[in-house]
Write a protein that binds this ligand. Sequence first.
Ligand code: NAD
Length: 298
Amino acid sequence: MAVYGWIGLGNMGGPMTSNIVNAGHTVRGFDLSQRAQQLAREGGVEVVGSIKDAVSEADVVFTSLPKGDHVRSVFDGPDGIWAHAPKTALLADASTVDMATSRFCHEESAKRGYTFIDAPVSGGISGAAAGTLTFMLGGEPEAVSRGQEFVSPMAGNVIVAGGATSGIAAKIVNNMMLFINLVGVAEGSQLAESLGLDAQTFWNIANTSSAESWAQRTWYPLPGIVDSAAANNNFDATFTAELALKDVSLALEAGAETGVNLDAAQLAAQQFQKLIDEGLGKKDCSLIAKLSSPDGTV
Ligand code: NAD
């Protein structure tokens, strides 16, 4: 049985750590939010008061933090992971961050004698709770192979993406494709309505035709069509517009760095930005359907 140090016990980190505990391991977790601490405690995590206490006896240290800046500050600095984790611990970042942050974590970890892997996830909060996340691992083969064992209590699929930063690269591209698909689904749902199609009948057609996609299957933005859609629940977020913009922006940043034109991703980002400008950033990203609706409602 292993000792996990875990920083960031939020919507993802909370249920992920609970699954690790259920598999018989020890998790020492740290989070700034009292609510996250409380929920993690209920999930069996030993909640501690500092990064030092979370990591100093760990076999593996995970971070699951909002953005690159949080990850950098939690690793670096006098009270950070690099100051307190044993050199034998594998370090793994499960956050969705920019390429530069992931590169920084790999390079600085190596300089300081640590082994780091990028280990982002797909599958959302429901996948985190069910222990069925897809992990995309990037790093040296030996490190990734150690990582596979540590992620297994949380994972439905573990895919080795390749060397350093390839996991996060795959995650950024995957999510960019998802949100571009969602723009198509959102617009399609409104046009189908306006052309007088029965919503369920059209969905059945799309679901068995060439427009089939994860966004269409899971997030269809009209009420009463798919159970998992936020549309059934007043668009309370399963994935917020703010988080969607963050993820698409990571792709745009990577496109700018590499000289790849991402016009469709740019459009998707604009749609999420419009929701945020309307004060709807905490609502579900699929609410962009309202931007195509003739009367502005869904
Ligand atoms: P969240 O905001 O719910 O959780 C992040 C937690 O980090 C919060 O509880 C916050 O208090 C804590 N935190 C921030 N700074 C900290 C610090 N310095 N020290 C300790 N704790 C700190 O976010 P989430 O939904 O759990 O997502 C975590 C990461 O996983 C993000 O990078 C996100 O993009 C990615 N992700 C999220 C989903 C999803 O569906 N929510 C899916 C896949 C990947």
